[in-house]
Design a protein around this ligand. Structure first.
Ligand code: HEC
Length: 110
């Protein structure tokens, strides 16, 4: 049962090298914070919330898979599902949009 997993991993690495890695959950970086115009700590809180709460009912939906507009639309509902407060929702949303932009190397400045 190990071989198919290894094959899948190699495929993933192969795909990542020739395009954006849409499965990525990027680490918080200085440039992410600068581009979003927020504190790095806020992004880190958002990432921690995402890691802790967003795979309870379904697999983690990766930042790159959802457009920023749709993240803004769906997160109020999902953060209620995860029993987050409005400050936590803000942190989570900021991280997910920053991470989305990082994966696609978008200019995040608005
Ligand atoms: C209590 C269960 C629960 C929790 C916790 C939860 N979700 Fe969901 N999520 C759902 C259900 C059920 C759906 C599908 C239908 C709906 O309600 O929109 C869904 C759908 C989604 C979708 C839409 C997927 C698509 O392809 O359109 C996204 C994105 C999502 N969740 C993200 C998140 C994030 C981010 C978190 C962390 C804050 C989260 N969810 C926490 C239950 C949950």
């Amino acid at each position: 049962m190990q071989m198919p997993r290894i094959a899948a991993l190699i495929t993933l690495i192969g795909l990542a090298s020739c395009g954006p890695d849409i499965e990525a959950i990027p680490q918080v970086s200085d440039s992410m914070a600068t581009e979003m115009g927020v504190e790095k700590a806020q992004l880190q809180r958002g990432r921690d919330l995402y890691m802790a709460h967003c795979n309870q009912c379904h697999e983690r939906v990766k930042p790159a898979k959802i457009d920023p507009e749709y993240w803004r639309e769906i997160l109020p509902h999902m953060s209620q599902n995860a029993k987050l407060n409005s400050a936590q929702l803000q942190d989570l949303q900021t991280y997910l949009i920053a991470a989305h932009g990082t994966v696609y190397q978008l200019n995040l400045q608005q």
